[in-house]
Structures are given as structure tokens and as C-alpha cells.
Design a protein around this ligand. Structure first.
Ligand SMILES: C[S@@+](CC[C@H](N)C(=O)[O-])C[C@H]1O[C@@H](n2cnc3c(N)ncnc32)[C@H](O)[C@@H]1O
Length: 267
């Protein structure tokens, strides 16, 4: 626990640091100190976080407009400006949504905005335990696994350091989904982080200050997470450049990226 955390008693968390990157108010001194350090080391991080959130909105809207009426959002985070259930219901009124996060504060904040909503719920769960998540009574109560589901794993799989394990874990979720389901993934890009001179990186912030140390993956590694799925055009691209059904002919340089993003479909 670092010095800042002593003033609130709360150590930094990935959920609140991300809220701070996005300009939210659900963060404490320890989160801001940790996030400031990450931003000093990796100047693209705040833009990448915003691009990631914008991608989630674009991708969820696309999947809802494709007819999907229920979503399972893994590592959903602290509620922000436009949350998955609000986006989805603009296209699919009455759509059903389950939010899952390992962070009890993120779950509590989500429950707060969902109070009185019988078709959406937030549950505490570890994405690394697909069986527990998929068999959680609230997940089974809200979602019908006989109909297409939109699985969202946005900016969460980079908290699963083992590549093989990440592929296996995502595949376990996918195996539980029926045809017509869609999988939305975004992930911190190794290509962007590699541009930073490592001698300027004095501390691995997520490793030292949070309970969810992160990792980064290349575009090829992120593409492998979609094994067995049909990619929605434009495939895995920078979050800023993802638009369903378009081609990315002129990819931005890694310094302007930061997050790989894509959507796959189960046929
Ligand atoms: C960067 S935020 C992403 C929030 C949201 N998905 C988005 O993309 O806008 C990452 C979230 O993943 C959560 N998280 C990290 N490791 C997790 C795990 N093993 N299981 C579930 N959630 C996890 C964190 O608590 C945090 O809320």
C-alpha cells in the first residue's frame, strides 16, 4: 500500500484509475497518484482510455442493432457517462444486461444506478473463473443462453497475464454462447507501450499499487483471442479506427493507438 492510500484507507484500483483517465469523479487520491504516474510514463494512456470507451459504445450499438438483446459485460468497471444497458436499450428496449467486475466498489456503483431495474444486474466475479461467472444465479436469471448474447471483454483481458490462459478463458465463455452471439474485445497494445523508452519507466504501477497487475499484447495476440469466430469488418484495429463494416486502409501509428479492438461473431 503506498503513502497516498493511507489518507483514504483505499489502495489504488484499476477501476478507479480508469475512471480518472476518463475524467470521472469515482476515484481517490491513491488512484489519481497511480494514474498520474502511468500517464507520465505513457502519455497516450488517457486518449487510449477514451478511445476504448468510445469503441465499447460503437461496438455495443452495432451488436444491438444486429438484433442481440442481452449482454454479459466482463470487467465492466465503474459506471460512466453512457453504460452498456443504456446504449443497448436505445436499439433494443427492454434488453437484458449483466455486469461483472472483481472490484466490489465497481459492483456497488453499478448496483446503485441499476436499482429498480429488473432486467439488469451487477455481480462480483473474477473473469478468470468462467464457470463461476456463467453459473452465477443472477447471470442465469437475467440471460437466456439459448438466445444470442453480446459478450463484452473490454480492457479487461490485459489483467490476465498468461496468454494461453487468456485464450482458454475467453474460449470457455464463447463455448457457452449460441450462434448469433457476438464477442467484443479491446486490449492494451504492446506496440504502443513498446515505443516508450524503458529507462524512463521507474515503476510498474499496476503491479505495485493495485491487486490487478496488467500486461500488454500485440495485434496478432489479440487476434488469436477471436479464434473460431468470424470477424466483423474491419477486424482487429486501433479502437479509434474501428467502425463496423468499414476497412482500415491507413492504420494510425502505434503512438496514436494504445488499444486494439475488434468484434467477432459466432456462426
Ligand atoms: C480498464 S477497466 C475497463 C472498464 C470497461 N470494461 C471499459 O472498457 O470501459 C478494467 C476493469 O476490469 C476489472 N477487472 C480487472 N481484473 C478483473 C478480473 N480478474 N475479473 C473481473 N474484473 C476484473 C477492473 O476492476 C476494472 O473495473
Amino acid at each position: 500500500m503506498n503513502d497516498n492510500s493511507r489518507t483514504t484507507g483505499k489502495p489504488a484500483t484499476a477501476a478507479r484509475m480508469y475512471d480518472y483517465y476518463l475524467g470521472g469523479i469515482h476515484n481517490f487520491e491513491a488512484d489519481r497518484a497511480a494514474a498520474d504516474m502511468v500517464m507520465a510514463q505513457f502519455p497516450f494512456i488517457r486518449d487510449a482510455a477514451r478511445a476504448n470507451r468510445a469503441f465499447v459504445a460503437k461496438a455495443v450499438r452495432y451488436v444491438a442493432e444486429a438484433g442481440v438483446r442481452q449482454f454479459l459485460d466482463l470487467g465492466s468497471g465503474i459506471p460512466t457517462v453512457d453504460n452498456v444497458h443504456s446504449i443497448v436499450r436505445r436499439a433494443q428496449p427492454g434488453a437484458r444486461v449483466v455486469y461483472v467486475d472483481i472490484d466490489p466498489d465497481a459492483v456497488a456503483e453499478s448496483m446503485d444506478i441499476l436499482s429498480g431495474d429488473r432486467d439488469a444486474v451487477a455481480v462480483r466475479g473474477d473473469v478468470q473463473d468462467p464457470s463461476a461467472v456463467l453459473n452465477h444465479p443472477d447471470v442465469r436469471r437475467i440471460l437466456d443462453f439459448g438466445r444470442p448474447i453480446g459478450l463484452v471483454a473490454a480492457a479487461v483481458l490485459h489483467f490476465l497475464p498468461d496468454h494461453r490462459a487468456a485464450e482458454r478463458i475467453l474460449a470457455e465463455y464463447v463455448a457457452a454462447l449460441p450462434p448469433g452471439s457476438h464477442v467484443i474485445v479491446s486490449h492494451s497494445a504492446k506496440e504502443s507501450f513498446d515505443l516508450v523508452d524503458r529507462s524512463t519507466v521507474t515503476e510498474n504501477v499496476y503491479q505495485r499499487r493495485t491487486s490487478t497487475p496488467g500486461t500488454v499484447r500485440t495485434r496478432a495476440e489479440v487476434e488469436r483471442l477471436f479464434a473460431g469466430l468470424e470477424m466483423v469488418e474491419p477486424g482487429v484495429v486501433w479502437a479509434q479506427q474501428w467502425q463496423a463494416g468499414t476497412a482500415v486502409t491507413d492504420p494510425a501509428p502505434p503512438a496514436l493507438g494504445g488499444v486494439w479492438a475488434g468484434v467477432g461473431r459466432l456462426t
